[in-house]
Design a protein around this ligand. Structure first.
Ligand SMILES: Nc1nc2c(c(=O)[nH]1)N[C@@H](CN(C=O)c1ccc(C(=O)N[C@@H](CCC(=O)O)C(=O)O)cc1)CN2
Ligand SMILES: NCC(=O)N[C@@H]1O[C@H](COP(=O)([O-])[O-])[C@@H](O)[C@H]1O
Length: 188
């Protein structure tokens, strides 16, 4: 059993997929979902699986409250899965090489401030890229500059809209993110 803290801001399909992956393998992990948006659909997804949810604001994130919540939960891994705020250096310092993020592009391309969600896919489309992909990386004090853990590319030659690209990227995320997390947590 491992303890995974999952940070999200939106629909939470990656959070739900990660929990389902380990449930389907009968791996009895403990989860805590932390979300910065009281209207995020990830809350409902977590509640359906009886996973505790902590809702926080910027003051709680950048102050002591989220740090306290994490220290009490004592996660083996902190996973940013569609989390849209800058993660604080103070917490990063407390969890060296224990915080990962998934980015919906092949970093270092299409990363940094402003590059999230549909903005990423729109930029890939606008630049007539023939491929895009996902990057799973460790989190440092900058957006999308931590050490790369895993990347997987996919062709976007047939994609006509950013939504088409998003669908291809989501397949990669839901296929590979839980597998990478499992390797980080269970491979000696
Ligand atoms: N310290 C770090 N924090 C976060 C990282 C990171 O690598 N280091 N990754 C992001 C996730 N992310 C890309 O993968 C990302 C998310 C959001 C933004 C962004 O520009 N956000 C906006 C605010 C958006 C909003 O409030 O709705 C902004 O900062 O102006 C860039 C990259 C998670 N945190
Ligand atoms: N730069 C960060 C970023 O864009 N993250 C992206 O947000 C989406 C969250 O989807 P979900 O809420 O359905 O898991 C995912 O595509 C993830 O890669």
């Amino acid at each position: 059993m491992r303890k995974i803290a999952l940070f999200a801001s939106g629909s939470g399909t990656n959070v739900a997929n990660i929990i389902k992956y380990f449930d389907d393998k009968s791996i009895p992990n403990q989860y805590l979902v932390l979300v910065n948006n009281p209207n995020a659909k990830v809350i409902e997804k977590a509640q359906k699986r009886n996973v505790p949810v902590a809702i926080f604001n910027r003051e709680m994130l950048n102050g002591q409250e989220v740090k306290r919540i994490l220290d009490e939960f004592a996660p083996d891994l902190i996973v940013l899965a569609g989390f849209l705020w800058k993660f604080p250096e103070a917490i990063i310092a407390d969890y060296p090489n224990q915080i990962i993020n998934i980015h919906p592009a092949l970093l270092p391309k299409y990363g940094g401030k402003g590059m999230y969600g549909h903005y990423v896919h729109e930029a890939v489309l606008a630049n007539n890229e023939v491929e895009t992909g996902i990057t799973i990386h460790y989190v440092n004090e900058h957006y999308d500059e931590g050490g790369i853990v895993f990347q997987q590319a996919t062709s976007v030659v047939g994609c006509k809209t950013w939504e088409d690209i998003a669908k291809e990227v989501q397949v990669l995320e839901h296929t590979y993110f839980p597998v990478v997390i499992e390797k980080l947590l269970f491979d000696e």
